[in-house]
Design a protein around this ligand. Structure first.
Ligand SMILES: [Zn+2]
Length: 263
């Protein structure tokens, strides 16, 4: 196999693995015509498929396909022997159906068992192209060919790629929150710049003024009484020096007390 083709097949099988969950050993369904072609051309199907699919393979044949070979009589015996060497795939057709119809049934609408189909039937190949994710192999002049991906396969792949890019429901709520946070730009205030704070003389700490509580009658009274006590003791100490001062203090005392009574 040429290098260019080998690379293309490797990429193609990688796509089937990545997007559709194909795993080695690849299960290859082989139809009766392919068995005949292989026998006539003396081809080793297992080797050829391993090379083309670039991985281990498991060859399989359906009950109906092998029955088709039985029906063709004795000359087909070597082909039947070859087909018998493959794993039998139960197709659950009670009455034998033609090989193409049987394979179509086994693949179904989604090829959920991830089969590769090796068939020489033109009509089967064209109908399998409508099912996404069916690698199709055929032999043309003793060269085994892996078909490029069908339109249905590519469409499904694109859809799954898009879905993979979109965030999941659970992530979406988290995302919207973080996006909102990211969207609010902090506006930097522009305008006349102040002086460099390092070059400015420090301001003197402002004297904190203790807010005066509303003078209530009892509160102010108590305060003034306290003041009076202090004044009395001072006056007592200075009494020895002059009686005159003491008298004056008394007068102020009476004035204050009368004022308080009114309040
Ligand atoms: Zn069948």
């Amino acid at each position: 196999m040429r290098q260019k083709r080998a690379k293309a097949y490797r990429k193609l099988m990688a796509m089937y693995s990545m997007n559709f969950g194909f795993r080695q050993p690849y299960q290859v369904l082989i139809d009766s015509e392919m068995c005949k072609t292989a026998h006539q051309g003396g081809m080793d199907l297992s080797n050829l498929l391993t090379t083309v699919l670039q991985g281990t393979v498991k060859l399989m044949i359906t009950q109906c396909s092998i029955h088709e070979l039985y029906l063709q009589g004795k000359p087909m015996q070597p082909v039947v022997d070859l087909a018998k060497s493959f794993d039998r795939r139960k197709c659950n057709h009670r009455e034998v159906v033609p090989g193409d119809a049987c394979l179509k049934d086994v693949i179904g609408e989604t090829n959920k068992h991830r089969y590769v189909v090796a068939t020489q039937s033109q009509s089967l190949r064209s109908s399998l192209r409508c099912v996404p994710a069916v690698p199709i192999v055929h032999v043309n002049r003793s060269v085994m060919i892996l078909e490029p991906p069908s339109g249905a396969t590519l469409k499904t792949k694109e859809r799954s790629d898009e879905a993979a890019l979109r965030p999941a429901e659970a992530e979406l709520s988290k995302l919207s929150v973080s996006v909102k946070q990211a969207e609010i730009p902090r506006k930097k205030k522009k305008g006349p710049m102040g002086p460099n704070p390092l070059s400015v003389k420090k301001k003197k700490p402002a004297v904190t003024q203790i807010p005066r509580s509303e003078p209530t009658s009892t509160g102010s009274k108590r305060k003034r009484e306290d003041e009076q006590d202090v004044a009395d003791t001072l006056a007592g100490a200075s009494q020895a020096r002059s009686g005159h001062k003491r008298k004056r203090r008394r007068k102020t005392e009476t004035k204050l007390s009368t004022g308080n009574d009114c309040a």
